[in-house]
Design a protein around this ligand. Structure first.
Ligand code: 13P
Ligand code: ZN
Length: 271
């Protein structure tokens, strides 16, 4: 068996989590990431027939994910520490018993467990895999400007999306499906997990007002880039929101971007 710490998916996960921390998106234990892995990616690194290290109950069901393996951040773990002790701060789990149980195959070496937002992650994976079978990543973090924006901007999804699209030309190109928004809810619960998954049916970005954001993607770069672009839009908004606005990206210009880059803006979101 090869050393799992040298696996390309592990290296990429550690780099991404470190980068998220460096962006200021993940203070203390803030944020969590889950990455779906195929057995073929794992075979050189783990004996998949061996008995699991231990079982961890999930508190929900997700039969669609039976047997699927995820590399996931641990609850209470600091992103800044992942690069120094990946086997403590990360875990590799296989979903069993229709989602009611996760078999720990590697990691969480100090007796830890997966993120408290595991319901939102797994339920979002189910929804996004139904839309795009190549989706692999669910990413949650606390970017300052997106969070700040939820205090001063109406939470109406169309308005929130349009404001971000108007902040830089890239936004409509990168997230033409827009940004969905949940009001403040208690985090770490099945309820917020179900609500997030419901919102994932129509967009790949879901803002949790006064808390943070979820993004998904076919790989870590894509999920990261989605959040990075939305956060850039929010940063510009927070710099100008209190100033008179003399110019904006107009709807006809957004339509030009849509046509030129071959993307389809969310139905009804452009005038
Ligand atoms: P965890 O440490 O359980 O992942 O929680 C962090 C977080 O961001 C909660 O929303
Ligand atoms: Zn959070």
């Amino acid at each position: 068996m090869k050393d799992i710490l040298t696996a390309p998916f592990m290296v990429e996960m550690i780099r991404t989590l470190t980068n998220m921390y460096d962006h200021g998106w993940d203070e203390r234990n803030g944020g969590n990431v889950s990455l779906l892995l195929e057995e073929a990616q794992l075979r050189d690194y783990l004996d998949l027939q061996a008995a699991p290290v231990r079982d961890i109950p999930t508190g929900f069901t997700a039969p669609e994910l039976e047997g699927r393996c995820f590399l996931v951040t641990g609850t209470g773990k600091y992103f800044k520490n992942v690069q120094y002790a990946p086997e403590v701060n990360l875990g590799l789990v296989r979903i069993a018993d229709g989602g009611a149980r996760a078999e720990l195959l590697w990691g969480f070496a100090d007796g830890g467990k997966f993120t408290s937002e595991f319901p939102a992650h797994m339920m979002s994976h189910v929804v996004r895999l139904g839309i795009d079978p190549t989706n692999r990543v669910v990413m949650h973090c606390h970017p300052v400007n997106l969070l700040a924006m939820t205090f001063i901007h109406p939470l109406d999804e169309r308005e929130f999306t349009r404001t971000l699209w108007q902040m830089c030309s890239e936004c409509i190109v990168v997230f033409p499906d827009g940004v969905n928004v949940l009001p403040w809810m208690l985090c770490g619960t099945n309820e917020i997990g179900e609500a997030t998954a419901e919102k994932m049916k129509t967009a790949r970005l879901v803002v949790w007002a006064l808390h943070g954001i979820y993004g998904v993607g076919r790989d870590l770069d894509e999920a990261f880039g989605l959040i990075e672009t939305a956060e850039k839009g929010a940063e510009i908004y927070m710099k100008i929101a209190h100033l008179p606005r003399l110019t904006t990206i107009t709807d006809p210009q957004l339509r030009q971007l849509e046509a030129h880059f071959g993307v389809k803006a969310r139905e009804g979101y452009l005038e």
